[in-house]
Write a protein that binds this ligand. Structure first.
Ligand code: ADP
Ligand code: ZN
Ligand code: MG
Length: 485
């Protein structure tokens, strides 16, 4: 398969085809304990310390489902707009691997927890709804660590701390049509999981793992092509790169008259290529059968209703809500990038009553500093914006106060009071300063009167200086113009 080796197809060749992508995403639920035993789930404990007979897979040990894990799985499923089945069951997925001491994974197969959901994404400027086939629960395997002290003396270590960590698998329909759509789907999925609080989805800690199924077909064809499954995608960026490579590779195979093999491939970060690992195993290879050690899962309408009621607002709803506040698309996008920023904005906005001003302050001032969000309460930002709008302080003063808020953690009101920082809008007081400035700058006054009106800026600056920044610049401008005729 000479042309497939490099996976290089010309842009013209690639343009003849349409990629079809479906993603299988594993999300680790952030319960304190494992899915079928009481062992802690914490990351970074010494190897093989968070284990017990159940998660070590010792004979005779019996699993007991963690109710909290089930609840989180339901929350995740609802967040993906799935139908949660009132009856589902666990199934054994049998395979051998050194880090899987039971010899099987407890998963769900023919009767999953939830089905038929969707996730809305925005890619290349267009909104699109991606179908979600199913959300099911399963336990994680342990970890094999391939390492060696010397080149000649390599070892593989097995750490079973992760064994039994609760996972959900979210399977998408083959609805994605580009690597960019896949990237956006992953980003939105992660954001949604973070919003519902079931997982941080930190990929570096393995809390989100993704396998990408991809095929290509000639544009206009109605049947899907043969898919390959790409594993080992350690970041969304790599997932996108791997998909681009794999799409080009498949196009090259087809263009050279070859056939795409149904197989599992691995993405190699250093070469940027995908390489074949094994021909795709089939479901029957896993010898799935109902898990005999666990009763079927029943989710009552009553419990489901309570979980549904307690669901937080999701990113999509937040975006729509913020979009109604006369904010730009860009502002909405930035302010809904994480749940904490959205919450921060909402709290600040409640106090300021000025979405635009609040958005501006958060995006241009707070986001420019590494820890402003931790140091300053949202209410304080809201107060600052309100005081500007009420002309109690000028924009310039607000910036000084803001710097002091960062440095001292004090509230805007405290800083204003202790430093006597009030904007001078009182005409009498301002006129006094303006008269002083006019008297001291006769040259500029002459220039202004002879038509060079731009020197007004200089004169306003002088008034601001004399007033130590406390004069209301708009009022100064007006008064100056009136006085100079
Ligand atoms: P398998 O039986 O190989 O596990 P599934 O039908 O269960 O395949 O689908 C697994 C994933 O592959 C899903 O995310 C699905 O959307 C995706 N998928 C299925 N067929 C294709 C295809 N022809 N091209 C790309 N992705 C596909
Ligand atoms: Zn255990
Ligand atoms: Mg499948």
């Amino acid at each position: 398969m000479a042309s497939g080796v490099l996976g290089v197809a010309t842009p013209e060749e690639i343009a003849k085809y349409e990629p079809v992508i479906g993603l299988e995403v594993h999300v680790q639920l952030n319960t304190r304990t494992k899915i079928f035993c009481g062992c802690p789930t914490g990351f970074g404990a010494p190897p093989n310390t968070n284990v017990c007979p159940v998660c070590l897979g010792l004979p005779g040990a019996l699993p007991v489902l963690n109710a909290r894990a089930l609840q989180m799985a339901i929350q995740a499923a609802l967040a993906m707009h799935c139908t949660v089945n009132s009856f589902s069951r666990f199934a054994r997925k049998n395979y051998f691997y050194p880090d899987l001491p039971k010899g099987y994974q407890i998963s769900q197969y023919d009767q999953p927890l939830a089905e038929r959901g969707e996730l809305e994404i925005t890619a290349d400027g267009a909104k699109k709804v991606i179908g979600v086939t199913r959300v099911h629960m399963e336990d994680d395997a342990g970890k094999s660590i391939h390492d060696g002290f010397k080149d000649s003396d390599r070892y593989t270590y097995v750490d079973l701390n992760r064994s039994g960590t609760p996972l959900i698998e979210i399977v998408s329909e083959p609805d994605l049509r580009s690597s960019e759509e896949a990237y956006q789907y992953l980003s939105e999925l992660k954001l949604v999981m973070q919003y519902v609080g079931v997982s941080e989805c930190d990929m570096e800690k393995g809390q989100l793992r993704c396998d990408a199924n991809v095929s290509v077909r000639l544009k206009g064809a109605d049947k899907f092509g043969t898919k390959a499954e790409v594993k080992n995608l350690n970041s969304f960026r790599f997932a996108k790169m791997a998909l681009d490579y794999e799409i080009a590779r498949q196009v090259a195979v087809l263009e050279s008259g070859g056939r795409v093999e149904q197989e599992t491939r691995s993405y190699n970060v250093s070469t940027g290529e995908t390489v074949g690992m094994r021909s795709k195993e089939h479901a029957h290879d896993y010898r799935y059968f109902p898990e005999p050690d666990l009763v079927p899962l029943q989710v009552s309408d009553e419990w489901l209703g309570r979980i549904r009621e307690a669901m937080p607002e999701l990113p999509r709803a937040k975006r729509e809500k913020l979009g109604k506040l006369s904010l730009s698309d860009y502002q909405v996008q930035v302010l809904t990038a994480t749940q904490s920023v959205t919450e921060y904005f909402e709290k600040a906005n409640e106090v300021s009553g000025d979405p635009q001003g609040t958005a501006n302050w958060i995006i241009t001032e707070l986001m420019a500093l590494p820890d402003a969000f931790e140091k300053i309460a949202p209410e304080a930002v809201g107060t600052l914006v309100r005081k500007i709008n009420e002309r109690e302080i000028s924009g310039k003063m607000a910036k000084d106060i803001f710097a002091k808020m960062i440095a001292t953690g004090r509230s805007p009101q405290e800083i204003i009071d202790s430093e006597g920082l009030r904007q001078i809008s009182d005409t009498g007081a301002l006129e006094k300063i303006i008269d002083e400035v006019i008297a001291a700058n006769s040259k500029q006054v002459e220039q202004y009167k002879s038509g060079k009106t731009t020197v007004i800026g200089y004169l306003v600056g002088q008034v601001m200086k004399v007033s130590k920044g406390q004069a209301n610049p708009a009022a100064v401008n007006e008064l100056l113009k009136a006085k100079l005729g």
